[in-house]
Write a protein that binds this ligand. Sequence first.
Ligand code: SF4
Ligand code: SF4
Length: 379
Amino acid sequence: MKYKSKFGFGCMRLPQTDADDPTKIDQELFNEMVDIYMEKGFNYFDTSYAYHNGTSELAIRKAVVERYPRESFKICDKMPTWALTSEEDNEKFMNEMLERLGIDYFDVFLIHNVNIPWFKLAEKNNTIEYVKKMKEEGVAKKIGFSFHDNSKLLKEVLDKYGDIFDVVLLELNYLDWEDPIIEAHKCYDLCVEHGLDVYVMEPLKGGVIVNPSEEIRNEFEKFNPDKSIASFAIRFCASLEHVKIVLSGMSTMEDLLDNCDTFENFEVLSDDENAFLKRMAQKLSESVAVPCSECGYCVDACPEMIPIPEYFNLYNRSKNQPESNIYRLYFHKLGDEKVPADECTYCGSCLDYCTQKIDIPEELENACEHFETGFSPYV
Ligand code: SF4
Ligand code: SF4
């Protein structure tokens, strides 16, 4: 039970009926997935004002809120920090979120995506005081923030406000555990020092971990042919004592069933398995061209509407299969159908939005060079 209660349904990557339109959620499939998830005794749903352009909350309302008693599930929602323009916006967004979800309280409420510029925005618009008041008034049972920056900023935030919050939602996975930019291990330790619960997002790093090169895939197969690559990544996070929730964004029934199996038959990661994952993390980080988690935040911020994560996805896949020319074909097709990657104007608007601190214009240029010349600096 201790581990089973850690499985959270992340609602940022719900199944879609149209892959190009995030608002086209496959409600029927999502309802079926919710029924299985609830039937097996899981109950935590994580969403935000921004997911699926605002339709994730509506889909949860239809699949969960209107079909199950309120006390049988928990919902976490998040304030769109980057969109705050005044103190009054806190209340405006909160009311809108309650209305979209059709509920009158949140089990968990987070300030979304705290990084250097958006932490300033949250302070300027008094959002920290506002969520504190939400808890005092019972509109939120637990409060906290989701975090996308380094340990230096996290320390600053926790030293200042650590006693107000209950929870920090961290990007945590075995690839980012010792990563010098994400610093997941250091951030986890800081939360523990401040007595805060850690909730985990991106346990699969947006799919990077489960789409490795054939060589890495074979190593997993040899190590344990009965367990999926995803199950190791999920167990890595859930085995940590102070991790109370591990979110998994599931787009297919297969993802859901695999995760259910992992949590229903949970085994804490052994020392051998930990050592194996450490080795795989090293190999994986050497084989990824751009550590993009495909969160999509940069796309809305790009005035040219460049489908940035789609280009990075092809770039990464091409790097994992250097002998194949198919990704070059896809890259050019994507440029014909949407906006070509080389239309980046280097305006920098996307940079604050990137949860992985990627130099997006530079990496777009690298991707273009890779697909133009067939030569990648990483291969
Ligand atoms: S730097 Fe390039 S990718 Fe980023 S917002 Fe500007 S045009 Fe878009
Ligand atoms: S480039 Fe950054 S912001 Fe854009 S999808 Fe990838 S990780 Fe997210």
